[in-house]
Every structure is written in structure tokens, then in C-alpha cells.
Design a protein around this ligand. Sequence first.
Ligand SMILES: Nc1ncnc2c1ncn2[C@@H]1O[C@H](COP(=O)(O)OP(=O)(O)OP(=O)(O)O)[C@@H](O)[C@H]1O
Ligand SMILES: O=c1ccn([C@@H]2O[C@H](COP(=O)(O)O)[C@@H](O)[C@H]2O)c(=O)[nH]1
Length: 238
Amino acid sequence: MTKPAYKRVLLKLSGEALMGEDAYGINRSTIERMVADVAEVANLGVELAIVIGGGNIFRGVAPGAQGMDRATADYMGMLATVMNSLALADAMRQVGITARVMSAIAIEQVVEPYVRPKALQYLEEGKVVVFAAGTGNPFFTTDTAAALRGAEIGAEVVLKATKVDGVYSADPNKERNAVRYSTISFDEAIAKHLQVMDATAFALCRDQKLPIKVFSIVKPGAFKRLIMGEDEGTLVHV
Ligand SMILES: Nc1ncnc2c1ncn2[C@@H]1O[C@H](COP(=O)(O)OP(=O)(O)OP(=O)(O)O)[C@@H](O)[C@H]1O
Ligand SMILES: O=c1ccn([C@@H]2O[C@H](COP(=O)(O)O)[C@@H](O)[C@H]2O)c(=O)[nH]1
């Protein structure tokens, strides 16, 4: 049997994709399907760390957040990612995958704090580590948290699993004629202001020479194919 192309990866899961067809929140069959994809890869022996976004929950509270101080709203967004992380870890537990949630914000009664050596230990033990609460700082995103944690744990690649199947010349949900790149450099993605990931995340990965692959979490089997080195999504490179 062919071996996985990677030993340790950082998977950025879209919070918005967790809604499925719902208006907000966590759609049960969607999270179960995502976790089945994750379990398939974890069972290959790939060391897997995950950062999950918060758009599915934060979107639901957004009307109430109108006019709020930006930093306060951002802390609410980070707490939304803690809820998603707990739901994800529990869904993994239900299919026999051991996961540990580590939070960048101290809420010790709920999840353990992020401590880098402990995270590395869990990965070496074959546990899936879910990094919650983003970077712990307002004015950032979970894309940047994925780049940051990916660099910290020595991941070989950041895999951005989202609702589209790669990086396009424009937002494919708005521009019908957008063309998908199979590869693109960080500098070109930043210069062209491609919004699939924020520029801070792109710049951090570029500086750390940490490649990113953007792929569809909606497409069945795409995550495993990518891990096996098959052609999936868009590679963003130095
Ligand atoms: N050039 C582009 N190529 C591909 N997608 C793009 C581009 N520009 C904008 N997008 C949009 O970016 C979205 C993915 O990024 P976004 O940060 O919004 O979501 P996410 O990270 O999947 O969700 P969350 O923030 O909840 O984790 C895509 O669904 C797509 O509509
Ligand atoms: O490091 C971070 C990460 C996230 N936030 C806030 O949380 C929401 C949800 O994250 P998404 O990446 O958009 O899914 C984000 O909009 C920020 O408000 C943060 O402040 N710092």
C-alpha cells in the first residue's frame, strides 16, 4: 500500500462549512461526515492537529454584535471556536479517535490551556490535537492561528479545508468566470488580494516556508486523496 505523503499536518477546518444547509450552528450530519474524513486520515498514522473556525456560530450572534467594540466581538468569535472545537473533539470520541482540545484563552474548567510541548507530546502519542480560541488575540483570524500553530508544531503543510475546491482568480461564489489555480505563490496571492485566506496567514506561512493547500471539505474523499499525495486543491508555495 502507498504511504501518506505527510507525517504531520495542520488542518484548518471551515467553521462555516459546519452549518451544512442550516442558517447557523452545527449540522449533525455535516460534522459526522467531516469527522469520518478526519478519522480516515488519523487511522493512516498521520499526526493531525486541527484549527476550526467560528463563522457558523458567530454568524448567528452577529446581529446582536452590531456596534460592539471590535475587540469584544473578536473575543466572542474566539469563544465560538471553543464551542466548535469541543463539538469536534466529542464527535471524534464517538468514532473512537482520541482528541485533546487546547485553548489559547484560559478557561481551564472547560479545556486545557495551549502548551506547546504538551501539544507535541499528544501528537507523538497519536492523539488528534484541536487548537481552540484562535491565536488568543483580537484582530486576527483562525486562518492566522492555523499558520501560527502549524509553524509551531513543525507541520509539513497547512491544509485549508473550505467550501471551495481551491484558490481562484476571484471569489468563485461571486464570479462565475473565476479560474482555479493548481499552484500559486504566496507573493502572487497577496499581491492579487485573493480573499480565500487572510494576508497575515499567507505572509506568516511564506516567511516560515510552510506551504498551504486549499481544498474542498465538501468533496467526498478529497482530504484522504490529498494526504496520499494525489492532485487535489491548490498549492500555495514560496
Ligand atoms: N480568490 C478566491 N478563491 C477561492 N475562494 C475565495 C476567493 N476569494 C474569496 N473566496 C471565498 O473565501 C471563502 C473561504 O474563506 P473563509 O475564510 O470565508 O471561510 P472559511 O475559512 O472556510 O470559514 P470560517 O472563517 O468559518 O472558518 C470561500 O468560501 C470563497 O467564497
Ligand atoms: O486569533 C483569532 C481568531 C479568531 N478571532 C475572532 O473569531 C472569529 C471567528 O474566526 P474565523 O477565523 O472568522 O472563523 C473571527 O472573525 C474573529 O472575530 C480572533 O479575534 N482572533
